[in-house]
Design a protein around this ligand. Structure first.
Ligand code: CDP
Length: 210
């Protein structure tokens, strides 16, 4: 019997981890959880309602994750603020652990997947890229969605969020010691997918599909 495939993907914002996670999930026919959405949903709801983020995290429903407003930079900043709260993290842990333990296997992406959520995952990727190329991607993505912004602002907001995510005491953004580092600064989405797939296949995992 082959080992259950759990792919843990971590990295800073706009490193390409979300796109990579989606593509790997589709390739291997695995369910995918974008864990950043959980923090975005809690941060956004706390900001909109004034309710305690710990309470919101404990009661989070999957239906709340469909809100398109969660994709914006404002929700990202609120998400990163509540993500430093130990109780919020603890209240989101069970949902993530359950998702990761599905019999089918799973793909999860975030900041602490390889270190906290799935420390035993057989495949761990840490996706990075230079701040300039990440800011350029985020800028293009925002422009594509019709958001009016300028590059220096995107770069500054990203740097602020990276700093908060890396310096916080609770589950800071770190590569797990056994994670494979993938620098996508000079890669497009296809090249990043090909590199990650080759790594996973070297570990003996193959898609069950045609
Ligand atoms: O899409 P992007 O990478 O910019 O952000 P995201 O993955 O949606 O995450 C939003 C925020 O949630 C991050 O800035 C982190 O502070 C927090 N987060 C976290 O603390 N742990 C995770 N596993 C995922 C996200």
């Amino acid at each position: 019997m082959t080992e259950r495939l759990v792919i843990a993907i971590d990295g800073p914002s706009a490193s390409g981890k979300g796109t990579l996670a989606k593509r790997l999930a589709a390739h291997f026919g695995l369910p995918h959880l974008d864990t950043g959405l959980l923090y975005r949903a809690v941060g956004w709801a706390a900001f909109r309602t004034g309710r305690a983020p710990e309470e919101l995290a404990a009661q989070l429903q999957a239906s709340e994750l469909d809100n398109p407003e969660l994709r914006g930079d404002e929700a990202g900043q609120w998400g990163s603020k509540v993500a430093a709260n130990v109780e919020v993290r603890a209240n989101l842990l069970k949902l993530q652990k359950e998702f990761a333990s599905k019999a089918t296997g799973a793909v999860l992406d975030g900041r602490d997947i390889g270190t906290v959520i799935c420390p035993d995952a057989p495949v761990k990727l840490f996706v990075t890229a230079s701040p300039e190329s990440r800011a350029e991607r985020r800028y293009q993505e925002l422009r594509g969605r019709g958001v009016d912004t300028i590059k220096p602002r995107v770069l500054a907001e990203m740097a602020e969020r990276d700093r908060r995510d890396s310096e916080r005491a609770a589950a800071p953004l770190r590569a797990a010691p056994d994670a494979w580092l993938l620098d996508t600064s000079e890669m497009d989405a296809d090249a990043a997918f090909a590199a990650a797939l080759a790594f996973i296949e070297r570990k003996g995992f193959r898609s069950a599909g045609p």
